[in-house]
Design a protein around this ligand. Structure first.
Ligand code: OXD
Ligand code: MN
Length: 583
């Protein structure tokens, strides 16, 4: 397979000249190709087959121990004008970035096969989908891209028809962290990544294309590319509301997207459309419609058990690639909180010794096709996507943020999103558990200046009277002794139900300085071990703490100088004034 598109062929030739691969393989995306690469990697030791009886077609990949997470400090947005990348990104001029990274790509593929992966982000026939080509020397990337995207011949045909595609060049290089960079050139719709095989750094369709480059494209084309799950919540009458939720990495997006309703919530069902990324377009009626650009999940494994996420637990029992989990003596994958089995070998393949830390890496991952998921919604493949009733922001906060509150209107909702903060997790290299600002959960992923991004969000208000309502949730609030106040997981459905009732104007709410909150008794607590008193604590707001929070948000927003839209300041002032009055 080669191509009729000369721009593509020229680029492939240029890359081959620079990187000097031994072979070139155009991926067609077939099952046979997938199997062949899997077998090849089993022979080379890149993959280890897992217990075929209990985990059929499942494989383990052990990465280099220095290459286990996204590397935000080595991730750059390379725009001609530094201010366009904004204080939220590391910046390098395109000329310097190309020079620096091309030097690392020189002869990088010697002795290796160069794979050309045509892929489509979004349903293949969707007008909202966008195309890309990833060139890589990693067969691990190819098989992961096969599970995560619509990859192969059909995507290539659409690329040849449209002529436009995002160019992604990747090599695992020598895995030396000193020679590792993830560079984005939004003005050129291109990405260059070297020195890492980790998902977020190497599967270029995901964070690099579907968020950083797409967010830039989305601004110029009038849509939004967001770090959001998409879920359909079906009530006992069969009516489904679709909700898009933005939480920072490893804050439970996959769990919420695959929520299993508890027994007390008879008749409710939850359908998964996506667990990480949503592209939101406005339709002719002014409704926001969402597609999930991805076709698979790259999820955090530890903590997955039959109670926390039964769907995910079952979904990863077959046709799954595991990265950096531990194994048991009978070669089953094992991870902390799996609640069954014991580890024999840790994620680095050493005999398990608790002295060496957790058996599975805290950011160990599964890669799996979305169709494996028992709660998969076939609308995930619908070209027109689904209409969104509510947008929900959230973070991991021990204190301060109540279980749920609603923004007064779209503008206020943009401020609520801009103020999101969360404790850091193992999904990115660096300290864990430190509170940091993560506006719209997009801090590591917005491909341009956040000031311009908020202005873009605000601009939707002028375009429609039918925008979704905006909410904020916090599943992670703790008491003084460090105990979680809310049980989370399946019980989160109770909060989603309140959100839906608000969208349908079926329930009232209490006005507070930070937004609208549930009245006592409006969140169903039937058969739940949460007392009225605990619920009171979950829904309490501490005026003094919130005043400090607004000061801290204000200081953060000031960092965006004159790129910050005035409307956001006005919204900020409104909350500050309301808190003053209440205090
Ligand atoms: C992810 C992340 O892998 O957000 O989804 O880091
Ligand atoms: Mn994510």
């Amino acid at each position: 397979m080669t191509t009729t598109l000369s721009a593509l062929q020229d680029w492939v030739d240029q890359v081959a000249k620079l990187t000097q691969p031994e072979d070139i393989h155009w991926c067609n995306g077939s099952e046979a190709e997938y199997k062949r690469l899997i077998n090849q990697m089993c022979r080379s030791g890149d993959l280890i087959p897992l217990n075929e009886d209990d985990y059929p077609n499942c494989y383990l990949h052990r990465s280099d121990p220095s290459d286990v997470a996204r590397v935000e400090h080595l991730t750059y947005i390379c725009t001609r004008n530094e201010a366009d990348a904004g204080p939220n990104n590391h910046w390098m001029s395109p000329a310097d970035a190309h020079r620096k990274i091309d030097a690392l790509f020189e002869a990088a593929m010697q002795g290796r096969t160069m794979y050309i992966i045509p892929y489509c982000m979004g349903p293949i026939d969707s007008p909202y989908a966008r195309l890309g080509i990833e060139i890589t020397d990693s067969p691990y990337v190819v098989v992961n891209m096969k599970l995560m995207t619509r990859m192969g011949a059909k995507a290539l045909r659409r690329i040849e028809k449209e002529g436009t595609f995002v160019k992604g060049l990747h090599s695992t290089g020598d895995l030396d962290p000193q020679r590792r960079f993830i560079m984005h050139f939004p003005e050129e719709l291109s990405i260059k990544s070297i020195g890492s095989g980790y998902g977020g750094n190497a599967l270029l369709g995901k964070k690099c294309h579907a968020l950083r480059i797409a967010s830039w494209q989305a601004r110029t084309e009038g849509w939004l590319a967001e770090h959001m799950l998409i879920v359909g919540v079906e009530n006992p009458d069969g009516v489904i509301h679709y909700i898009a939720c933005a939480f920072p990495s490893a804050c439970g997006k996959t769990n919420l997207a695959m929520l299993v309703p508890p027994e007390s919530q008879q008749g409710w069902k939850v359908w998964t459309l996506g667990d990480d990324i949503a592209w939101l377009h406005m339709d002719e009626g002014g409704k926001l419609r969402a597609i999930n650009p991805e076709a698979g999940y790259f999820g955090v494994v530890p903590g997955t058990n039959t109670k926390s996420n039964k769907n995910a637990y079952d979904m990863i029992k077959h046709d799954t690639i595991f990265t950096n989990v531990a194994t048991t003596a009978d070669n089953l994958p094992w991870w902390e909180d799996k609640k069954t089995g014991t580890p024999a070998f840790d994620w680095q393949g050493r005999k398990y010794d608790p002295e060496n830390g957790p058996a599975a890496h805290p950011n160990s991952r599964f890669t799996v096709s979305a169709t494996n998921n028992p709660s998969y919604s076939s609308l995930a493949d619908a070209p027109a996507g689904v209409p969104i009733s509510a947008v929900v922001f959230g973070g991991r906060r021990k204190e301060l943020a109540p279980l749920v509150y609603e923004a007064r209107n779209w503008r206020h909702g943009v401020l609520v999103g801009a103020g999101v903060a969360s404790e850091t997790t193992a999904a990115a290299a660096g300290a864990v558990g430190v509170v940091r600002r993560d506006p719209m959960a997009m801090s590591p992923f917005c491909g341009y200046n956040f000031g311009d991004y908020w202005a873009h969000w605000l601009s939707f208000e002028q375009r429609s009277k039918h925008l979704p309502k905006i909410f904020h949730v916090n599943w992670f609030r703790q008491d003084k002794a460090g105990k979680f106040l809310w049980p989370g997981f399946g019980e989160n459905l109770r909060v989603l139900r309140w959100i839906i009732e608000r969208c349908d104007n079926k329930v009232g709410a209490k006005e507070t300085p930070i937004g609208l909150m549930p009245n006592a008794g409006d969140i169903d607590l039937k058969d739940l071990d949460v007392s009225e008193e605990t619920m009171g604590a979950l829904l309490s707001i501490d005026i003094e703490q919130w005043q400090q929070e607004m000061d801290s948000i204000g200081e953060y927003l000031e960092g965006y100088g004159d790129r910050l839209p005035d409307e956001l300041w006005q919204e900020h002032q409104q909350v500050v004034d309301a808190l003053k009055q209440a205090g």
